[in-house]
Design a protein around this ligand. Structure first.
Ligand SMILES: [Fe+2]
Ligand SMILES: [Fe+2]
Length: 133
């Protein structure tokens, strides 16, 4: 399985947010490895929960930046963040109920969030942010 990496073209040039992106991608990849190594369900759940917390924290930081500028796309962007959080929480609940493969969920999340969302919505927000700062 190929690891998700952050492309240098995906840098927002907003230091805090870029660091959070990088950290989340690393944590996501580590978690996928933990699952592949057949770790215990308890360990996987603990790491998955802390991963979700970091994702929420990141979205909150990003949304704080939205408020500092005139950003028309804010509400649509926030809706997508909510969609991602719901997806992760739903996957967690499914994992608790039955032994679904959480690595498939994570790979899907990392692909859609790290590859599509950062490269489209985050980057276009960053462009507007930099124009206004
Ligand atoms: Fe975002
Ligand atoms: Fe982001």
């Amino acid at each position: 399985m190929e690891k998700t990496i952050l492309d240098s073209n995906s840098l927002l040039e907003i230091d805090i947010l870029d660091k959070q992106h990088l950290n989340l991608i690393n944590k996501g990849n580590e978690l996928i490895q933990l699952i592949k190594d057949n770790s215990s369900k308890e360990d996987i759940l603990l790491s998955y929960e802390s991963f979700i917390s970091l994702v929420i924290e990141h979205f909150q930081s990003e949304e704080e930046y939205f408020k500092t500028i005139d950003y028309e796309g804010a509400s649509q962007h926030i809706e997508i963040h909510e969609f991602f959080v719901n997806f992760l929480i739903e996957s967690k609940n499914n994992y608790i109920k039955s032994r679904t493969d959480l690595s498939v969920t994570l790979i899907k999340f990392l692909n859609e969030w790290a590859k599509n969302h950062i490269n489209s919505m985050d980057l276009s927000f960053a462009k507007i942010y930099k124009l206004q700062n």
